[in-house]
Design a protein around this ligand. Structure first.
Ligand SMILES: [Zn+2]
Length: 444
């Protein structure tokens, strides 16, 4: 084997645990994880990161890049730079908010062409399931999308309508027929319609307009459909902790269901959101501290499979002080790792747990067998973290296009000192290299 790089640290997180090690890299792939003091092969370059921790590069399967079409909100250049700066080496783009949405093979090709030269990290695509594109699902699957996203309530953009229960069943049957995955924004439209709708700047009014029952009912219905059709489904951005027990019970009886949550549900609480602060608005909403405690319990007991950003930015003018009409979406691509690490540590969790939730789990969800772990044969993707260093979030230092964030002014633990993609350093103390990301297709 022709080793060209050895990355050495006193703390490397491998599937077997954390230990001092030297990672030998050959042609962008991890050739071997060697003893810490292993001799550096002739011709190889040694990079010793000291006591900084080497994690497998993070995998973020929930990002809205919005490119092309709504590039004033975000784009592949800026989003992937934010990802690289935040220790993320792979992201999967959501099918909506770009124009066109990723709902046909032609549209997928348009998006891939736009992303190709701008990707600072590896990029893959989810397809979209709409009421009228059932015939496009298999061609999209064959073209390499990682699965299909659908909404059960209005998505917020008119070109991406939701599915009713009958349409969900039709799409699920089609997708499970070719072994695909359906990922679902699970809020029930009838419960949303029945909830009190009050406009204005009071967060409590907004929270009341997106009740837990809407999530709970949508997830119950989804479990029933998945069971009936033996379909593989994934619950996106879980906020309501009430749904954890039904999900765990369904999984125990063999229903193929997985679930993710997001940094904002796990680190921010409804109680602390100031009135008018719509940088905190997302759907489903950030709920109470007691709900957050239960979500952490769901992580600890393994019910929640992964933590992903749901990075969904917009321009500042759409973040009006009225919670009812402001654009919903929280931007955290660059901050997810320190935000989660800060809170995880406070609750007694380790960086190994964080790796399970933010790298290994999302890689497994997407079937990315070359990502998500530091072991021989995987891509040499790494996030190097100074776990005890702290910083205060300054929006001016963020790489995403519209530097609005719910984390402004917070002091977080964990500084990403460098990020590596297939053995090349793509971020070094916030300085970013030229794009070297690849476009990924589903490999099973
Ligand atoms: Zn989303």
């Amino acid at each position: 084997m022709d080793v060209n790089l050895v990355l050495r640290s006193t703390r490397v997180i491998t599937p077997e645990g954390t230990r001092p090690a030297s990672i030998a890299v050959s042609g962008g792939t991890i050739a071997a994880v060697l003893a810490y003091d292993a001799e550096v092969p002739a011709g190889a370059r040694l990079e010793d990161v000291g006591d900084d921790v080497v994690l497998p590069g993070l995998v973020d399967t929930h990002v809205h890049v919005n490119d092309p079409g709504r590039t004033e909100w975000e784009g592949f250049w800026t989003a992937t730079r934010a990802a690289a700066a935040g220790g993320i080496t792979t992201l999967l783009d959501m099918p909506l908010n770009s124009l066109p949405p990723t709902t046909t093979v032609d549209n997928l090709r348009v998006k891939q062409e736009v992303a190709r030269s701008k990707a600072h990290v590896d990029v893959g695509f989810w397809g979209g399931a709409l009421p009228d594109n059932v015939k496009d699902l298999r061609p999209l699957h064959d073209a390499g999308v990682f699965g299909f996203k659908c909404f059960l309530s209005p998505s917020g953009v008119e070109e991406f309508p939701e599915l009713d229960q009958e349409q969900l069943a039709t799409s699920l049957a089609e997708i499970s027929g070719f072994g695909g995955l359906m990922i679902v924004h699970a809020e029930d439209p009838h419960h949303l319609a029945a909830a009190p709708q009050r406009s204005g700047g009071a967060y409590a009014d907004f929270l009341a307009s997106r009740p837990r029952d809407a999530e709970n009912t949508a997830i119950e219905n989804l479990i029933n459909q998945a069971r009936r059709l033996d379909a593989r489904v994934h619950v996106l951005h879980l906020s309501s902790s009430d749904a954890l027990a039904p999900i765990a019970a369904a999984r125990a009886e063999g229903v193929k269901i997985t679930v993710e949550s997001c940094p904002h549900f796990l680190t921010l609480t409804a109680e602390e959101i100031p009135d008018g602060a719509t940088e905190f608005k997302c759907c489903p909403p950030i709920r109470e501290a007691v709900n957050q405690d239960a979500l952490w319990q769901g992580l600890a007991d393994g019910t929640i499979d992964c933590i992903v950003s749901d990075h969904s930015p917009s321009t500042a003018d759409l973040k009006t002080p009225d919670f009812a009409s402001a654009w919903g979406g929280i931007s955290s691509l660059q901050l997810g790792l320190p935000a989660i690490w800060t809170e995880a540590r406070r609750r007694g969790h380790t960086l190994e747990d964080v790796v399970r939730w933010m790298s290994e789990g999302p890689a497994r969800l997407a079937g990315l067998t070359r990502k998500g772990a530091i072991e021989a044969g995987r891509d040499a993707d790494f996030a190097v973290l100074a776990p005890d260093a702290t910083f205060t979030v300054d929006p001016a230092e963020l790489q995403h296009r519209n530097r609005i964030t719910a984390y402004a002014g917070r002091t977080l633990s964990g500084v990403v000192t460098s990020t590596w993609l297939r053995g090349e350093r793509i971020a070094d103390h916030g300085t970013l290299a030229e794009p070297s990301g690849r476009l990924l297709e589903r490999n099973n």
